[in-house]
Design a protein around this ligand. Structure first.
Ligand SMILES: [Mg+2]
Length: 354
Protein backbone atom coordinates (compact mmCIF):
# COMPACT_ATOMS: atom_id res chain seq x y z
CA UNK A 1 0.00 0.00 0.00
CA UNK A 2 1.32 3.40 -0.93
CA UNK A 3 -0.24 6.78 -0.19
CA UNK A 4 -0.58 9.03 -3.23
CA UNK A 5 1.69 12.10 -3.29
CA UNK A 6 1.48 11.89 0.47
CA UNK A 7 3.04 15.13 1.77
CA UNK A 8 1.37 17.21 -0.93
CA UNK A 9 -1.96 15.46 -0.35
CA UNK A 10 -1.81 16.21 3.37
CA UNK A 11 -1.10 19.90 2.66
CA UNK A 12 -4.00 20.10 0.22
CA UNK A 13 -6.29 18.44 2.72
CA UNK A 14 -5.24 20.80 5.51
CA UNK A 15 -5.47 23.85 3.22
CA UNK A 16 -8.56 23.45 1.02
CA UNK A 17 -7.98 26.96 -0.33
CA UNK A 18 -4.87 25.65 -2.16
CA UNK A 19 -6.76 23.02 -4.12
CA UNK A 20 -6.56 23.14 -7.89
CA UNK A 21 -3.14 24.79 -7.86
CA UNK A 22 0.09 22.92 -8.43
CA UNK A 23 1.74 22.35 -5.05
CA UNK A 24 5.33 21.48 -4.25
CA UNK A 25 6.57 20.39 -0.83
CA UNK A 26 10.30 20.79 -0.51
CA UNK A 27 13.36 22.69 0.61
CA UNK A 28 14.44 26.24 -0.14
CA UNK A 29 14.16 26.93 -3.90
CA UNK A 30 16.58 29.88 -3.65
CA UNK A 31 19.17 27.61 -2.03
CA UNK A 32 19.84 23.95 -2.64
CA UNK A 33 16.64 22.43 -1.39
CA UNK A 34 15.10 19.48 -3.17
CA UNK A 35 11.49 18.55 -3.89
CA UNK A 36 10.10 16.04 -1.37
CA UNK A 37 6.72 15.56 -2.97
CA UNK A 38 4.55 17.42 -5.42
CA UNK A 39 0.88 17.30 -6.27
CA UNK A 40 -0.33 15.64 -9.46
CA UNK A 41 -1.04 19.11 -10.92
CA UNK A 42 2.65 19.99 -10.47
CA UNK A 43 3.73 16.68 -12.04
CA UNK A 44 2.08 17.73 -15.28
CA UNK A 45 4.82 20.36 -15.57
CA UNK A 46 7.55 17.75 -15.25
CA UNK A 47 8.23 18.36 -11.58
CA UNK A 48 9.12 15.25 -9.60
CA UNK A 49 10.50 14.35 -6.20
CA UNK A 50 14.26 14.59 -5.53
CA UNK A 51 14.55 17.28 -8.22
CA UNK A 52 16.40 20.44 -7.14
CA UNK A 53 13.76 22.88 -5.89
CA UNK A 54 15.25 25.69 -8.00
CA UNK A 55 14.65 23.63 -11.16
CA UNK A 56 11.09 22.86 -10.07
CA UNK A 57 10.35 26.56 -9.73
CA UNK A 58 11.61 27.15 -13.27
CA UNK A 59 9.42 24.38 -14.66
CA UNK A 60 6.36 25.50 -12.76
CA UNK A 61 6.69 29.11 -11.57
CA UNK A 62 3.02 29.32 -10.60
CA UNK A 63 3.33 26.44 -8.12
CA UNK A 64 2.75 26.99 -4.44
CA UNK A 65 5.93 26.10 -2.63
CA UNK A 66 5.67 24.92 0.96
CA UNK A 67 8.14 23.56 3.51
CA UNK A 68 7.54 20.04 4.77
CA UNK A 69 5.78 19.61 8.12
CA UNK A 70 7.20 16.27 9.10
CA UNK A 71 5.47 16.12 12.48
CA UNK A 72 2.09 16.49 10.78
CA UNK A 73 2.87 13.81 8.19
CA UNK A 74 4.08 11.45 10.91
CA UNK A 75 0.82 11.96 12.81
CA UNK A 76 -1.30 11.02 9.78
CA UNK A 77 1.08 8.20 8.90
CA UNK A 78 0.31 6.68 12.30
CA UNK A 79 -3.40 6.75 11.55
CA UNK A 80 -2.80 5.04 8.22
CA UNK A 81 -0.53 2.35 9.67
CA UNK A 82 -3.07 1.72 12.43
CA UNK A 83 -5.71 1.01 9.76
CA UNK A 84 -3.36 -1.42 8.03
CA UNK A 85 -2.70 -3.22 11.32
CA UNK A 86 -6.39 -3.60 11.98
CA UNK A 87 -6.54 -5.82 8.92
CA UNK A 88 -3.39 -7.86 9.46
CA UNK A 89 -0.67 -7.91 12.09
CA UNK A 90 1.85 -8.58 9.35
CA UNK A 91 2.62 -5.01 8.28
CA UNK A 92 6.09 -3.92 7.26
CA UNK A 93 6.30 -0.15 7.18
CA UNK A 94 9.01 1.11 4.81
CA UNK A 95 8.42 4.84 5.01
CA UNK A 96 5.86 7.30 6.35
CA UNK A 97 3.51 6.54 3.49
CA UNK A 98 4.28 3.03 2.36
CA UNK A 99 3.94 -0.45 3.79
CA UNK A 100 3.80 -4.10 2.78
CA UNK A 101 0.88 -6.11 4.14
CA UNK A 102 0.90 -9.88 4.23
CA UNK A 103 -2.76 -10.95 4.09
CA UNK A 104 -2.28 -14.65 3.40
CA UNK A 105 -3.84 -15.39 6.80
CA UNK A 106 -6.43 -12.66 6.67
CA UNK A 107 -8.05 -12.11 10.02
CA UNK A 108 -11.58 -11.55 8.71
CA UNK A 109 -11.58 -14.73 6.69
CA UNK A 110 -12.01 -13.28 3.20
CA UNK A 111 -10.32 -15.23 0.44
CA UNK A 112 -10.05 -12.50 -2.15
CA UNK A 113 -6.99 -10.28 -1.63
CA UNK A 114 -8.27 -7.70 -4.12
CA UNK A 115 -11.34 -7.23 -1.95
CA UNK A 116 -9.17 -6.83 1.12
CA UNK A 117 -7.09 -4.16 -0.62
CA UNK A 118 -10.20 -2.33 -1.74
CA UNK A 119 -11.58 -2.41 1.79
CA UNK A 120 -8.34 -1.04 3.24
CA UNK A 121 -8.31 1.75 0.66
CA UNK A 122 -11.86 2.70 1.62
CA UNK A 123 -10.95 2.73 5.31
CA UNK A 124 -7.96 4.97 4.67
CA UNK A 125 -10.09 7.34 2.60
CA UNK A 126 -12.82 7.48 5.24
CA UNK A 127 -10.47 8.17 8.14
CA UNK A 128 -7.85 10.42 6.55
CA UNK A 129 -9.62 11.74 3.42
CA UNK A 130 -6.52 10.72 1.48
CA UNK A 131 -6.13 8.19 -1.28
CA UNK A 132 -3.80 5.24 -1.40
CA UNK A 133 -2.75 2.93 -4.21
CA UNK A 134 -2.56 -0.80 -3.72
CA UNK A 135 -0.71 -3.56 -5.48
CA UNK A 136 -1.91 -7.10 -4.84
CA UNK A 137 0.55 -9.80 -5.86
CA UNK A 138 2.25 -13.04 -4.79
CA UNK A 139 5.40 -11.30 -3.50
CA UNK A 140 6.76 -7.96 -2.31
CA UNK A 141 8.56 -7.02 -5.53
CA UNK A 142 5.47 -7.57 -7.67
CA UNK A 143 3.23 -5.82 -5.15
CA UNK A 144 5.49 -2.78 -5.18
CA UNK A 145 5.54 -2.56 -8.97
CA UNK A 146 1.79 -3.13 -9.10
CA UNK A 147 1.05 -0.41 -6.53
CA UNK A 148 2.76 2.05 -8.82
CA UNK A 149 0.85 1.13 -11.97
CA UNK A 150 -2.39 3.05 -11.65
CA UNK A 151 -1.66 5.97 -9.33
CA UNK A 152 -3.46 7.82 -7.90
CA UNK A 153 -6.18 5.80 -6.17
CA UNK A 154 -5.08 2.66 -8.01
CA UNK A 155 -5.69 -1.00 -7.34
CA UNK A 156 -3.65 -3.38 -9.47
CA UNK A 157 -3.89 -7.13 -9.04
CA UNK A 158 -1.28 -9.55 -10.39
CA UNK A 159 -2.55 -13.12 -10.23
CA UNK A 160 0.15 -15.79 -9.85
CA UNK A 161 -0.50 -17.15 -13.37
CA UNK A 162 -0.32 -13.65 -14.91
CA UNK A 163 3.10 -12.62 -13.60
CA UNK A 164 4.90 -13.11 -16.89
CA UNK A 165 2.29 -11.18 -18.80
CA UNK A 166 2.38 -8.36 -16.25
CA UNK A 167 6.17 -7.91 -16.32
CA UNK A 168 7.07 -8.67 -19.92
CA UNK A 169 6.67 -5.25 -21.53
CA UNK A 170 7.58 -3.05 -18.57
CA UNK A 171 10.73 -0.94 -18.83
CA UNK A 172 13.56 -2.34 -16.73
CA UNK A 173 13.65 0.78 -14.56
CA UNK A 174 10.40 -0.37 -12.98
CA UNK A 175 12.44 -2.91 -11.02
CA UNK A 176 13.15 -1.23 -7.67
CA UNK A 177 16.91 -0.84 -7.34
CA UNK A 178 17.51 -0.06 -11.00
CA UNK A 179 18.62 3.56 -11.20
CA UNK A 180 19.45 5.73 -14.21
CA UNK A 181 23.07 4.51 -14.37
CA UNK A 182 22.15 0.82 -14.54
CA UNK A 183 19.32 1.61 -16.91
CA UNK A 184 21.71 3.40 -19.29
CA UNK A 185 24.23 0.54 -19.17
CA UNK A 186 21.53 -1.98 -20.00
CA UNK A 187 20.13 0.22 -22.75
CA UNK A 188 23.54 0.35 -24.44
CA UNK A 189 23.31 -3.45 -24.72
CA UNK A 190 19.87 -3.16 -26.20
CA UNK A 191 18.14 -4.29 -23.01
CA UNK A 192 15.11 -2.07 -22.51
CA UNK A 193 12.16 -4.16 -21.39
CA UNK A 194 12.00 -6.72 -18.61
CA UNK A 195 11.52 -9.42 -21.20
CA UNK A 196 14.87 -8.44 -22.75
CA UNK A 197 16.52 -9.55 -19.49
CA UNK A 198 14.98 -13.00 -19.83
CA UNK A 199 16.08 -13.24 -23.45
CA UNK A 200 19.64 -12.20 -22.52
CA UNK A 201 19.77 -15.04 -20.00
CA UNK A 202 21.20 -15.43 -16.53
CA UNK A 203 24.71 -16.33 -17.66
CA UNK A 204 25.07 -13.24 -19.84
CA UNK A 205 23.72 -10.96 -17.11
CA UNK A 206 26.00 -12.53 -14.52
CA UNK A 207 29.05 -12.06 -16.74
CA UNK A 208 28.30 -8.41 -17.41
CA UNK A 209 26.80 -7.31 -14.11
CA UNK A 210 27.89 -9.79 -11.45
CA UNK A 211 25.48 -10.06 -8.53
CA UNK A 212 23.32 -7.29 -9.93
CA UNK A 213 22.84 -9.42 -13.06
CA UNK A 214 21.59 -12.38 -11.05
CA UNK A 215 19.28 -10.08 -9.12
CA UNK A 216 17.88 -8.63 -12.36
CA UNK A 217 17.30 -12.05 -13.86
CA UNK A 218 15.37 -13.28 -10.84
CA UNK A 219 13.27 -10.14 -10.75
CA UNK A 220 12.56 -10.52 -14.46
CA UNK A 221 11.19 -13.97 -13.65
CA UNK A 222 8.97 -12.30 -11.06
CA UNK A 223 10.84 -13.83 -8.14
CA UNK A 224 11.42 -12.32 -4.73
CA UNK A 225 12.30 -14.36 -1.63
CA UNK A 226 11.78 -11.62 0.90
CA UNK A 227 9.15 -12.10 3.58
CA UNK A 228 7.07 -9.30 5.06
CA UNK A 229 8.76 -8.51 8.36
CA UNK A 230 6.46 -6.73 10.74
CA UNK A 231 8.46 -3.90 12.21
CA UNK A 232 6.74 -1.15 14.05
CA UNK A 233 9.59 1.30 14.02
CA UNK A 234 12.39 2.64 11.91
CA UNK A 235 15.37 0.37 11.53
CA UNK A 236 17.73 3.28 11.32
CA UNK A 237 17.88 6.71 12.85
CA UNK A 238 19.64 9.19 10.64
CA UNK A 239 20.12 12.80 9.76
CA UNK A 240 21.60 14.49 6.72
CA UNK A 241 22.16 17.89 5.21
CA UNK A 242 22.65 19.36 1.76
CA UNK A 243 25.09 22.25 1.94
CA UNK A 244 24.59 25.69 0.46
CA UNK A 245 27.87 25.25 -1.38
CA UNK A 246 29.93 22.15 -2.16
CA UNK A 247 32.45 21.53 0.59
CA UNK A 248 36.10 20.49 0.39
CA UNK A 249 37.08 21.40 3.96
CA UNK A 250 37.44 18.17 5.95
CA UNK A 251 37.45 20.03 9.28
CA UNK A 252 34.10 21.58 8.46
CA UNK A 253 32.71 18.17 7.52
CA UNK A 254 34.09 16.62 10.71
CA UNK A 255 32.39 19.34 12.74
CA UNK A 256 29.12 18.53 11.02
CA UNK A 257 29.53 14.84 11.80
CA UNK A 258 30.05 15.66 15.48
CA UNK A 259 26.75 17.54 15.49
CA UNK A 260 24.94 14.74 13.64
CA UNK A 261 26.37 12.13 15.99
CA UNK A 262 24.99 14.04 18.97
CA UNK A 263 21.59 14.40 17.33
CA UNK A 264 21.28 10.80 16.19
CA UNK A 265 22.57 9.39 19.45
CA UNK A 266 20.12 11.49 21.44
CA UNK A 267 17.08 10.57 19.31
CA UNK A 268 17.98 6.92 19.60
CA UNK A 269 18.28 7.04 23.38
CA UNK A 270 15.03 8.98 23.70
CA UNK A 271 13.39 6.06 21.95
CA UNK A 272 15.05 3.60 24.29
CA UNK A 273 17.17 2.08 21.54
CA UNK A 274 20.82 1.64 20.80
CA UNK A 275 22.63 0.56 17.66
CA UNK A 276 26.10 -0.34 16.63
CA UNK A 277 26.17 0.00 12.85
CA UNK A 278 27.17 3.48 11.75
CA UNK A 279 26.27 4.53 8.24
CA UNK A 280 27.93 7.50 6.59
CA UNK A 281 26.33 8.85 3.43
CA UNK A 282 28.15 11.17 1.07
CA UNK A 283 26.90 12.78 -2.10
CA UNK A 284 29.56 14.50 -4.18
CA UNK A 285 29.03 17.61 -6.29
CA UNK A 286 28.44 15.44 -9.38
CA UNK A 287 25.66 13.51 -7.57
CA UNK A 288 27.77 10.38 -7.20
CA UNK A 289 26.51 8.94 -3.94
CA UNK A 290 28.21 6.48 -1.64
CA UNK A 291 27.51 4.99 1.76
CA UNK A 292 30.15 3.61 4.07
CA UNK A 293 29.23 1.66 7.12
CA UNK A 294 30.98 0.11 10.04
CA UNK A 295 29.61 -2.24 12.64
CA UNK A 296 31.27 -1.76 16.01
CA UNK A 297 32.18 -4.60 18.31
CA UNK A 298 30.14 -3.10 21.09
CA UNK A 299 27.29 -0.63 21.32
CA UNK A 300 28.65 2.92 21.58
CA UNK A 301 27.87 4.62 24.88
CA UNK A 302 28.48 8.21 23.84
CA UNK A 303 27.92 10.55 20.93
CA UNK A 304 31.66 11.26 20.90
CA UNK A 305 32.34 7.61 20.18
CA UNK A 306 29.90 7.69 17.26
CA UNK A 307 31.45 10.90 15.94
CA UNK A 308 34.98 9.50 16.12
CA UNK A 309 34.06 6.48 14.00
CA UNK A 310 32.11 8.60 11.53
CA UNK A 311 35.03 11.00 11.05
CA UNK A 312 37.37 8.06 10.60
CA UNK A 313 35.08 6.68 7.88
CA UNK A 314 34.94 10.10 6.23
CA UNK A 315 38.71 10.44 6.14
CA UNK A 316 39.60 6.91 5.14
CA UNK A 317 36.72 5.69 3.01
CA UNK A 318 35.61 8.74 1.05
CA UNK A 319 37.14 11.35 -1.26
CA UNK A 320 36.52 14.11 1.30
CA UNK A 321 39.01 16.93 0.78
CA UNK A 322 39.68 15.86 -2.81
CA UNK A 323 36.23 15.89 -4.33
CA UNK A 324 33.69 18.55 -3.36
CA UNK A 325 30.82 17.23 -1.27
CA UNK A 326 27.25 18.35 -1.61
CA UNK A 327 25.58 16.35 1.13
CA UNK A 328 26.59 14.25 4.09
CA UNK A 329 24.47 12.20 6.42
CA UNK A 330 24.96 9.94 9.38
CA UNK A 331 22.76 7.10 10.55
CA UNK A 332 22.80 4.37 13.16
CA UNK A 333 21.23 1.00 12.45
CA UNK A 334 21.46 -2.50 13.87
CA UNK A 335 19.13 -1.39 16.63
CA UNK A 336 18.06 -3.15 19.82
CA UNK A 337 16.34 -2.03 23.02
CA UNK A 338 18.66 0.02 25.16
CA UNK A 339 20.65 -2.24 27.40
CA UNK A 340 19.51 -2.11 31.00
CA UNK A 341 22.86 -3.26 32.26
CA UNK A 342 24.64 -0.55 34.21
CA UNK A 343 27.22 1.29 32.20
CA UNK A 344 30.68 0.63 33.49
CA UNK A 345 32.51 3.93 33.42
CA UNK A 346 36.11 3.88 32.57
CA UNK A 347 38.26 5.48 35.17
CA UNK A 348 38.70 9.17 34.57
CA UNK A 349 35.62 9.46 32.40
CA UNK A 350 33.37 10.10 35.35
CA UNK A 351 35.46 13.04 36.44
CA UNK A 352 36.16 14.34 32.98
CA UNK A 353 34.88 17.75 33.98
CA UNK A 354 37.35 18.19 36.83
MG1 LIG B 1 3.69 7.38 -1.82
Amino acid sequence: MDMDAFFAAVELRDHPEWRGQPLIVGGDPSGRGVVSTCSYEARKFGVHSAMPAAQAVKLCPQALFVRPRMARYAEISEQVMAIFRRHTPRVEQVSLDEAYLDVTAYRFGTQDPAMIASLIKQNVQAVTHLSASAGVAPNMFLAKVASDMQKPDGLTVVRPDKVDEFLRDLPIRKIPGVGPVTEARLARMGLLKIDDLLQAGELFLHERFGKLGIFLFHRALGQDDRQVEPVSEARQVSTEETFERDVLDVRFLSGKLQAYAAEVFEVLHERGREGRTLVLKVKYFDFEQITRSQTLERFPVSAEEVAAVAIELLKRKTKAGKKPIRLIGLGISGLRPLSTEPVVWQQGELFAGN
